[in-house]
Design a protein around this ligand. Structure first.
Ligand SMILES: O=C(O)c1ccccc1NCC(=O)[C@H](O)[C@H](O)COP(=O)(O)O
Length: 220
């Protein structure tokens, strides 16, 4: 059993920061992420996203991956039936809830999961994180009205509380150029990127993916 707070920001003097490349839509991009050393890839099961994949594409991507790359399925206000059908068809390791899901909506899928919260000044982030007691982590992303995620915009990192009760996955507008600064300032458990390593929406830029992971590792 880990001491409570072991993944709190600043607890470890030299933390290993994990990286997730989100919005993977094809095998080639998945392999670039894996070969670069990313710890996880994100597959977006949200049909309104330009990075959406269906179960056939997702299966093909996962089948091509080497071991020890975590596969995260991202859902936005999906029905339980839709999520269960996806889980029956696709070997997802974890779930990322990126909409207005309540804690109860996130439970019961027999997978570790975490909730994405969109950060706005004046909100009690710790209290919101504490509501999702069953989550493995919390992902903090940028609030943009009407856009659930994948905005490519950073938020004010000074709004991240020092005493978050869950491991923090920092997201929102990260790039190979700013990720080291983000890690130094926020000291997250992991960082998550999508738009900052793309050639265009839904297609990753291999050089940027490699540079992003390199920068994360160089921050250790
Ligand atoms: O990527 C999308 O299109 C998307 C749509 C709806 C909800 C979430 C979405 N993406 C989330 C992510 O890719 C990441 O978890 C994260 O928000 C980083 O996005 P970015 O700012 O582009 O790096």
């Amino acid at each position: 059993m880990l001491p409570s707070g072991v993944f709190s920001r600043g607890y470890l003097p030299l933390p290993i920061v994990r990286s997730k490349i989100c919005g993977i839509t094809n095998v080639a991009d998945a392999l670039v992420a894996a070969e670069a050393g990313a710890d996880a890839i994100g597959l977006v099961f949200y049909s309104k996203s330009p990075r959406a994949v269906n179960v056939v594409q997702a299966r093909e991507i996962i089948a091509a991956l080497p071991p020890f790359v975590t596969t995260v399925g991202l859902f936005v206000n999906a029905s339980r039936c839709e999520i269960n059908e996806t889980l029956d068809a696709v070997a997802l390791d974890m779930l990322q809830f990126h909409g207005d899901e309540t804690p109860a909506d996130c439970e019961g899928f027999h997978r570790p999961w975490y909730k994405a919260l969109r950060v706005r000044a004046g909100e009690d982030i710790c209290a919101e994180v504490a509501r999702y007691a069953g989550a493995s982590a919390v992902l903090l992303d940028t609030f943009v009205e009407g856009v659930p995620g994948g905005t490519g915009e950073i938020f004010d990192w000074s709004l991240v509380p020092a005493n978050l009760p869950k491991p923090l996955i920092l997201a929102g507008g990260l790039t190979p150029q700013n990720v080291q600064q983000a890690i130094e300032r926020v000291r997250p458990f992991a960082v998550d990127v999508s738009g900052g390593v793309e050639l265009r929406k839904g297609v990753k830029d291999a050089a940027r993916v490699r540079e992003f992971v390199r920068q994360v590792r160089a921050s250790m």
